[in-house]
Design a protein around this ligand. Structure first.
Ligand SMILES: *Cc1c(COP(=O)(O)O)cnc(C)c1O
Length: 243
């Protein structure tokens, strides 16, 4: 990229980040929470490694991706940076071997079999991973039918947490969810908070509540989110980012 375009991009991302930080600060103030309770995970999917570098210069070290192939390549390109890689997308069991090589946190563990496979592959790679149980908050797709966005039925979450805990190399980190499209995110995040409390009662160190995206971060902070997964508000609308 030409130096001028690079500078313009860095300025754009810096302005976006400042706006997101203002939203986070306002939501934390409204909820009576400290800002340092909330970690911003920049979801960089569809955006290049050069944007990851821009983000690190602005102090963002937590980076999220939702597809293994893209994530693996980007992590390799950024191997010189002290990043924490978060895998946030639906994960096929056969991708576990690749994901454990670069991911530090997997937000989308939603079934016992996936926990077992991640454990096996993490040990083989000599890596340790923090795993969150993804909770399906969409009642339309509950009762065993995997929703379009994945996630364990709330009734199965403890079993998945137990399966993570049973694997040497994996630690139960908490829970994650995506608010159902079209619903009230505050109501959905309330249900997530209840599930998070159940998991924490059994695994006190499992304090992470990964909730809140560009459109609903305020509701998530109000309902106790510790990790926000923010893409579009930082890097731009992905629909306009073809290629
Ligand atoms: C893309 C994605 C995000 C970020 O969404 P934005 O609306 O761009 O902030 C968060 N979580 C998951 C699981 C995603 O796939």
């Amino acid at each position: 990229m030409a130096a001028e375009a690079e500078r313009a991009r860095a300025e754009r991302v810096a302005a976006n980040l400042a706006a997101v930080r203002r939203r986070v600060a306002a939501a934390c103030a409204a909820a009576g929470r400290a800002e340092d309770e909330v970690t911003l995970v920049a979801v960089t999917k569809t955006y290049p490694a050069s944007d990851v570098r821009i983000l690190t210069k602005l102090g963002i070290m937590d980076v999220g991706e939702n597809r293994d192939q893209e994530a693996a390549a980007k992590a390799a390109e950024c191997a010189d940076l002290p990043l924490i890689w978060h895998f946030v997308g639906q994960l096929q069991t056969n991708k576990a071997r690749s994901v454990v090589r670069y991911a530090d946190v997997v937000h989308s563990v939603d079934r016992v079999r996936l926990a077992r496979e991640l454990g096996l592959r993490a040990r083989a790679a000599g890596r340790e991973l923090r795993c969150l149980v993804q909770v399906n908050l969409d009642p339309e797709s509950a009762a065993g039918v995997l929703g379009p966005r994945g996630g364990a039925d709330p009734r199965d979450v403890l079993a998945v947490a137990d399966a993570i805990h049973a694997e040497e190399g994996l630690a139960v980190g908490g829970v994650m969810a995506v608010a159902p499209r079209g619903g009230d995110p505050a109501e959905a995040f309330d249900r997530l908070a209840a599930v998070a409390a159940q998991v924490r009662a059994r695994y006190p160190q499992a304090t992470a509540v990964s909730a809140g995206m560009s459109g609903d971060l305020e509701a998530a902070i109000e309902r106790g989110a510790t990790h926000l997964r923010i893409g579009a508000a930082l890097l731009g609308d992905r629909a306009a980012n073809v290629g």
